[in-house]
Ligand binder design. Structure first.
Ligand code: B4P
Length: 191
């Protein structure tokens, strides 16, 4: 199974991807996690990315393409993948399509998790209190939402044009959302 998870910050992409990884035993590739690891290890990439992430902006496309290309070159991806946080704009979507074509591992389904903006703010405020992520402050979250609307939301249209977009309601409990996603994947004969 080869899927891309799309959705606003706080829509539950990372949360749902972790559960899908457990259930289907395929790698979960989160560019947010890869970047936060680079920041924690103070690698050159991490040093470049930290200030950008702390403003809620997108890390440059060429940097992200190198990161994702390197990860997709690993052998575990042959069994499938769950991409979470990439692609985040149309240029990333086009670059990804090319990389996956070269690997002969095209996206089979893009799942868009839809939630309303108030719920996103509420969830992220809760995570901010629990985990203290430096990009979860109210002002930065507002910017992340703006960046999402302007740059990432059009990516759903890209996958719709390719005939592989599925929309899922992201409200309700984590288990309820997981159930909807698996139901959609199974209906599409992907699981
Ligand atoms: P990400 O790590 O991708 O951040 P995110 O969009 O907030 O998603 P996340 O997966 O963390 O949260 P989730 O919705 O699961 O990116 C962070 C930053 O990295 C970006 O702003 C950018 O700077 C950079 N970046 C990453 N990828 C990039 C790319 N491709 N190009 C350029 N820059 C890039 O969950 C949120 C919270 O909601 C959690 O606490 C969770 O427990 C809770 N939750 C989830 N589902 C719930 C439910 N059903 N009910 C109640 N709570 C729920």
């Amino acid at each position: 199974m080869r899927i891309v998870l799309l959705g606003a910050p706080g829509s539950g992409k990372g949360t749902q991807a972790a559960l899908l990884k457990e259930h289907y035993s395929i790698p979960h590739i989160s560019t947010g996690v890869l970047l936060r690891e680079a920041v924690a290890n103070a690698t050159p990439l991490g040093q470049q990315a930290k200030a950008i992430m702390d403003r809620g902006e997108l890390v440059p496309d060429d940097v992200m393409l190198n990161l994702i290309r390197e990860r997709l070159a690993q052998s575990d991806v042959a069994s499938g993948y769950i991409l979470d946080g990439y692609p985040r704009n149309l240029s990333q979507a086009e670059a990804l399509e090319q990389v996956l074509k070269e690997l002969d591992l095209p996206v089979e389904e893009a799942v868009l998790i839809e939630v309303d903006a108030d719920m996103v703010v509420e969830r992220i405020a809760k995570r901010a209190a629990e985990e203290g992520r430096s990009d979860d402050t109210e002002e930065v979250v507002r910017n992340r939402m703006r960046v999402y609307e302007e740059q990432t939301a059009p990516v759903a249209g890209f996958y719709a044009e390719h005939g592989v977009l599925t929309r899922i309601l992201g409200e309700g409990t984590i288990d309820e959302v997981q159930h909807r996603i698996r139901g959609a994947l199974e209906q599409g004969n992907l699981a």
